[in-house]
Design a protein around this ligand. Sequence first.
Ligand SMILES: [Zn+2]
Length: 504
Amino acid sequence: MGTYVPKSGRGNTRDPRNGKGKGSDVISDVEDDEESEDVDFEETGSDGSDEDSEDETDIGDFIVEEEGLEDLMDEIHEKSFEDCLDGSSKMDKNYKNGKVYVEQEYGSIKLEPWLIFTDREAFLDVLKDYCIQEGFELSVEKADSRRYTAVCAIEGCDWRIHASKMVDKMSWAIKSLTGEHKQCGRLEVNPIVTTKWLVKKLLPEIEANLDVPVETLQNVTQKMFRIQVNKRLFYKVKVVAKEIIHGSFSESYALLPRYAEMIKETNPGSYALITWHNDGGNVDPRFKACFFSFGAQVRGFLKGCRPIIGIDGAHLSGYFKGILLSALGIDGNNEIFLLAYGVVDTESQESWTYFMRNLRALFQREGCNKDDCTFISDRMRGVDLAVHENFPKATRRCCSQHLYMNCKNGGWSGELFHKLFWIAANAYNPYVYNKAMEKITDFDPRATQYLDTCTEQWSRHQFEPEVCCDHNTTNFVESFNAVTKPYRDLPVLRLFEAIREWSM
Ligand SMILES: [Zn+2]
């Protein structure tokens, strides 16, 4: 329930719970079978003494004066809809005497009798905006597919709106609007504000900055609409808005096979594989993994890059989670070069085997039987086995930065250890390396023992000159992770498109 704050000069702090009627369930359909107070306009020839027949007898009040019409014509040079009416039908009369609702900016919405809306939904949308703008809650008296009556939720207030469907069985018109909010106060926490309403209003804000903080959205809502909304609701608003902007997460996975076909068709030589779980029976297949490499990527790597491949996994934070695996090279200009990427459900030996098997197959398809590449990565679970299974003669480097962090977690830290470790890691010859390791042994022999257990290369003096690359960290892979970061909480196709755009 909401809280009322008094309008300036008016001192009403009445609890809305004391209000009448059906409360916060405002603009929902409340179908009832009661005898209608509302007889359809075109059929009311006699005086049914109900609302619409009154309206019909009152139509004269709304006939636009000749003078006013001329003013209107000056403003609208094109022929307006009303000018096309020759008055031959009853509907013409309705439209001539009414006014078709023209979208108004929030804050300046004005309602009046005989305002005509394209349909019921359009009427309800505007009414909702109006209520939030004016800061009051509705109590619905009657709402079905033909008519709608509501009053102000505050007891004692005589504000009332009645609208119904017109003869064309599509348009809706406000038939009467009576009363005034005298001491209702302004509702700042309005229960008729929903996620859907907020999404509609905040979509441009979110589209402009997908990472917009919920606090910002809360402030914008407060400023633009003068309403208080709980911060938590904006998390949901962001999720729904992103789905509208980028399509839904499941839709994105469903479109993946077509995306793969499109890549292969439009980029000859590309490798695009989607793998599904086989659950058997009539169950729809579930996504398991995928692997992509554009023709230009694999050929560019084989022809123009140093024979070293950096591999890494990065978590996806969207609805289905998963891991983005990537393989990157370094070209002659020492720029990072994307070789292949894919998505798997979890980071495991099985996933890495899938990735490495496809990487090998990718090379073989290009006529390259290379099985002696150098791979550099963090010491991730399953990577080592997966690499050697598919590239039996591969050389492995492990990221020194990662190794250093492991040492730090093992309790070896401080300025001296840091200095010695990096002298060892960056040593181009065994002499410097051995000297540094001797000093590390003096510092703590267990640190040397730990570093000796590292089967991968981590000190530069171990690197083969043929690789033409002295990287002993995976920083170049990290920079690719920084590229994908803003897209890793979005549907998979949006992520892949961002990767494709970046790498081209
Ligand atoms: Zn009121």
